[in-house]
Design a protein around this ligand. Structure first.
Ligand code: PEP
Ligand code: MG
Length: 554
């Protein structure tokens, strides 16, 4: 019988599979000088290059969608005979084999970067290939997303958003990270892909490769080496809940028929299909920066128009709220000059980058307007990280000039919530980003798993700011939604609606439970629950009070 370990639940669902770890890139040993037998070293390098190409090719064949295309393109590169020739040339200058490999890949990397455009974008792939080739030569585990040849639960110290965006959902059944916060962008991506996930699970560091685990993404528990009975019980419960939720459909409304728009959050391109298929009224948050995580040069207006048109086409006739690029902090973009910042979360990120890169915003608005003109989707735009009424008004005016009629502001900086009346006076709507609003209200880094309690979206201080913003919306007659992770909690959704929020945007998989919860409560009941939450002394007490007073749906 196994043990149970626990972390912070971030994406619901049950997964049962052996674990496989994300291996770090291999350390480069000190250069031991010339190889005694250069031709044997070249053979060894060729063997390693072939093995890397074979492995990537096999993964491409076993994967579908954009991940497969990227893997296939990557698998072709090690087969280029010019690489082995360059490795030989590097060996002949007296380098040891691992250093000759790094040198050879470096030559091609510089050439690709110099070529610019699409080729420059592939330069970063060469670093990954060099690391893989060196790992093969040194007999170390392959770095990056593992490929055990069967479905697995991915375990990692942490994952970068770029790693998560490329995950093959057929293979990766669940995710456990040792670090990370519940509103980290990795957690958000996992949730959007519908992969059960747990973060801040420190004990996962001691899980042995290949151990079967039963992961419950709703409770945050991981059962190690579960019995068949435990697996059957957890799977049956998850299926029963899914069947109950599948019966709900249609627009969101309270028990007394007050409409609350239920929308989806969308980011990486591989989320589009599932997001469009979800029973929602549209997209409440299109995180456009997720479309360009791997690009090293700024996307052109034409490329951007194409990306947005794909989304608008998938959501014809529905609403799509496009957030302009929110680069910086944990989402650095390679084509943006982020400079060196001591505190990137408090730095030049989101709308603040406009002064440094004015074209980035105007190009993006041009592209959104062009794509919107070809579609019947109802396109709104909004700016991230707005702190002052002036920033909100300037953004809205610029968007209007570009022909985008509805332009709003994300409220994720406490200053914007405190001055919500003035912010809303200069724009058309607000959307509350509770992830960042929580981070900045509580002065707690959202990536920091240890601060999960402060980052809890039930914190009464955060709810107070949501209330203030929603009331400003009511006074101005302008919509105020929530698009942070708070919106996906069926119980907290009641409180948000009671505080005056008019729409909720969340990962597609979260919509049914929120719809069912809303349908079981009148607006007056939601208001009562909101009052209770505001009187609480802590996040835990707010959750408890509301849970005790609401109609359970579990
Ligand atoms: C937020 O901050 O709540 C939000 C929705 O934006 P992101 O999570 O992308 O920072
Ligand atoms: Mg944010």
């Amino acid at each position: 019988m196994g043990n149970t370990i626990a972390g912070t639940p971030v994406s619901p669902g049950v997964a049962v599979a052996p674990i496989a770890r994300l291996a770090p890139p291999p350390g480069l040993p000190a250069d031991s000088g010339p190889e005694a037998d250069v031709s044997a070293a070249v053979d060894k390098a060729q063997h390693a290059l072939n093995a890397v190409a074979d492995e990537l090719g096999a993964r491409a064949a076993a994967t579908s969608g954009p991940a497969s295309d990227v893997l296939f393109a990557q698998s072709m590169m090690p087969r280029d005979p010019a690489l082995a020739i360059q490795i030989k040339a590097q060996l002949e200058t007296g380098k040891s084999l691992p250093h000759a490999v790094v040198g050879a890949f470096g030559v091609f990397r510089s050439a690709l970067e110099a070529a610019g455009g699409y080729l420059a974008e592939r330069a970063a792939d060469l670093d990954d290939l060099a690391n893989r080739t060196i790992a093969e030569i040194l007999g170390l585990p392959m770095p990056g997303i593992p490929n055990p040849g069967h479905p697995f639960v991915l375990v990692a110290a942490d994952l970068a958003p770029a790693d998560t965006a490329m995950l093959d959902t057929n293979q990766v059944r669940g995710i456990i990270t040792e670090l990370g916060g519940p509103t980290s962008h990795t957690a958000i991506l996992a949730k959007s892909l519908g992969i059960p996930a747990i973060v801040a699970c420190t004990e996962a560091a001691s899980l042995e490769e290949g151990t079967t685990v039963l992961l419950d993404g709703a409770s945050g528990k991981v059962r190690i080496a579960p019995s068949q009975e435990e697996i059957d019980g957890a799977t049956a419960h998850a299926e029963q809940l899914a069947r109950a939720l599948a019966k709900s459909s249609g627009p969101g409304k309270t028990a007394d028929g007050v409409a609350v728009k239920l929308l989806v959050n969308l980011g990486a391109p591989n989320e589009l299909e599932a997001a469009a298929a979800a029973d929602s009224e549209g997209v409440g948050l299109l995180r456009t920066e997720f479309l360009y995580l791997s690009k090293v040069t700024a996307p052109t207006v034409a490329e951007q128009t194409d990306s947005y048109a794909k989304v608008f086409t998938a959501f014809e006739g529905r609403k799509v709220v496009v957030r302009t690029i929110d680069a910086g902090a944990d989402k650095p973009l390679k084509f943006v000059d982020h400079g060196v910042e001591e505190n990137p979360a408090l730095g030049v990120r989101g709308i603040r980058l406009t002064k440094r890169h004015p074209d980035m915003l105007t190009d993006q608005l041009t592209a959104i307007a062009a794509a919107a003109a070809q579609s019947s989707a109802e396109v709104w735009v909004m700016a991230p990280m707005v702190a002052t009424p002036r920033e909100a008004a300037e953004f809205a005016a610029l968007a209007h000039e570009h022909g985008l009629q509805v332009a709003g502001t994300m409220v994720e900086v406490p200053a914007a919530a405190l001055r919500a009346h003035q912010v809303l006076a200069g724009c058309d709507f607000a959307s509350i980003g509770t992830n960042d609003l929580g981070q900045y209200t509580m002065a707690a880094d959202r990536m920091q798993g240890e601060l999960a309690e402060l980052l809890d979206p039930w914190q009464p201080a955060l709810l107070e700011l949501v209330h203030q913003t929603a009331q400003a919306g009511k006074d101005a007659g302008k919509p105020v939604g929530v698009c942070g992770e708070a919106a996906s909690d069926p119980l907290l959704a009641l409180v948000l609606v009671g505080l005056g929020v008019t729409s909720l945007s969340m990962a597609p998989a979260s919509i049914p439970a929120v719809r069912v919860s809303l349908a079981a409560h009148s607006l007056a009941q939601c208001s009562e629950l909101a009052k209770l939450a505001l009187t609480a002394e802590s996040a835990a007490q707010a959750r408890q009070l509301v849970s005790d007073s609401s109609q359970s749906i579990a």
